[in-house]
Design a protein around this ligand. Structure first.
Ligand code: NDP
Length: 445
């Protein structure tokens, strides 16, 4: 590692103490930029990397709300506006009790490069709260969302900062958030939030976009290596928005998905998972996957077990960060897994990724493989700007074209900077260079 990068990583770790997810994400990107730095000394002399690793703005706020028993609860709200070189800050909101400023910074940092890779005009940001929506009534969720927006509305807007959903924030929450925003600003500003319901300005295909996009990206990787999805066995971790629609697309393309998971355990169905049963349990009833064998008695629920124990040819981590560690990677390799494509953000630990590289497992990094969600969010903004709505087919075709282009860019940049075939390297350098060029042209900002 170059002395400059080593020193920079140390400076960032010192400045962001107690934020290991953020420093993990920064280290991963900075390591892969070494070959770029040696060809572009102006990056070091203008201190561009240090500027890139410091958010443009970090907003922290109190979110007081009343629960159904009339007790006043207090949560913490976050919005990290990380980089606006390529457009308005763009990135989802996460509601989860584990949310901290460091987690939001890691997600916002990743978002800069992901959004850049899409080729669209969107900057990077992320937000959320340590609020736990699980077990809360609809009325409590609504009061929380309204209180959250009471502060957030000052900072967002269609040309400023455009939030969307993430873990714990789906169609219901986006509806409450948009309703509160509209009332507070007294304008029907559709493009200020994405992931909206299709009846009031949302895009057809947005709900499916991250999962579908991840599978489109994997299909490109496989085609590049003369492999295919048809009749192959897959496992998908999680059973939320990303996982469900990855499962659906995998099945549409002829793969057999043997297992998926949630925070309570793994469901294994040798005949192939039933998408409609999963959707009913997770999207509609919001229950534990332990209910799945009540619908299909042939299936087995394994409490507290990870999905990686189920032998498969291709694996799709679509749940949460650092959910696939070295020992999980060893298990996958032992079972002959040939491809891992990340639907979630940073689900594989650095040690797991290293092992995949050593063992020749194709690895599709989150920045590229899960960029379909934000890409269709940007298409939602385009539709909103012209007060139009495209068909599902049109959105899906554009999504496929974008995922194809991202795949091409990854290979192009990996090759150009001396790491042929390394998708993670290509995603980092390709995503970085577009942002860096804009930042140069803006001067010291
Ligand atoms: P959801 O909240 O819809 O779903 C998350 C799923 O992961 C739930 O099924 C949850 O289980 C499960 N889960 C959480 N922790 C674990 C764990 N430790 N082991 C197994 N399962 C777990 O979130 P999304 O699907 O929207 O997001 C998933 C990931 O994808 C996140 O990393 C997110 O940042 C990323 N992402 C999402 C995008 C989107 O458009 N939604 C876009 C790009 C990235 P339970 O139901 O029990 O809570």
């Amino acid at each position: 590692m170059s002395a400059y990068i080593e020193q920079l990583i140390q400076t960032i770790a010192d400045r962001n103490q107690g934020e290991p997810l953020f420093t993990q994400a920064v280290e991963e990107v900075l390591h892969s930029l070494e070959p770029v730095l040696s060809r572009h000394p102006e990056i070091e002399s203008s201190n561009l990397l240090e500027r890139l690793c410091e958010p443009e703005r970090q907003i922290l706020f109190r979110v007081p709300w009343e629960d159904d028993e009339g007790r006043v609860q207090v949560n913490r709200g976050f919005r990290v506006e990380f980089n606006s070189a390529l457009g308005p800050y763009k990135g989802g909101l996460r509601f989860n009790p584990a949310v901290t400023l460091g987690m939001i910074k890691f997600l916002g940092f990743e978002q800069i490069f992901k959004n850049s890779l899409t080729g669209l005009m969107i900057g990077g940001g992320k937000g959320g709260s340590d609020f736990n929506p699980k077990g809360r009534s609809d009325a409590e969720i609504m009061r929380f969302c309204q209180s959250f927006m009471m502060e957030l509305h000052r900072h967002i807007g269609e040309k400023t900062d455009v939030p969307a959903g993430d873990m714990g924030v789906g169609a219901r929450e986006i509806g409450y958030l948009f309703g509160a925003y509209k009332r507070l600003i007294n304008r029907y500003e559709l493009g200020a939030i994405t992931g909206k319901g299709v009846g009031y300005g949302g895009s057809l295909g947005r709900k499916e976009a991250t999962g579908f996009g991840c599978v489109y990206f994997a299909t490109e990787m496989l085609a590049e290596h003369k492999l295919q999805l048809e009749r192959k066995t897959c496992v998908v971790s999680g059973s939320g928005n990303v996982a469900l629609y990855a499962i659906k697309k995998l099945q549409n393309l002829g793969a057999r998905v043997l297992a998926c998971s949630d925070s309570t355990g793994t469901v294994y169905d040798a005949a192939g998972l039933d998408f409609n049963a999963l959707r009913l349990i997770k999207e509609i009833e919001r229950c534990s996957l332990s209910k799945y064998p009540m619908i299909h008695s042939r299936a087995e629920f394994r409490p507290n077990k990870k999905v990686w124990e189920v032998p498969c040819e291709y694996a799709f981590p679509c749940a949460t960060q650092n959910e696939l560690d070295l020992s999980d990677a060893e298990t996958l390799v032992e079972h002959g897994c040939k491809l891992v494509a990340e639907g979630a953000n940073m689900p594989c630990t650095p040690e797991a990724i290293h092992l995949f590289g050593e063992k020749g497992v194709l690895f599709g990094p989150a920045k590229a493989a899960n960029a379909g969600g934000v890409a269709v969010s940007a298409l939602e903004m385009q539709q909103n700007a012209t007060w139009t709505q495209w068909t599902f087919e049109e959105v899906d075709q554009r999504l496929q074209a974008i995922m194809k282009q991202i795949h091409k860019s990854c290979l192009f940049y990996a090759n150009r900077y001396g790491q042929p075939g390394n998708y993670a390297h290509g995603a980092n350098t390709g995503g970085f260079l577009r942002v860096a060029e804009a930042m140069f042209e803006f001067g010291v900002t």
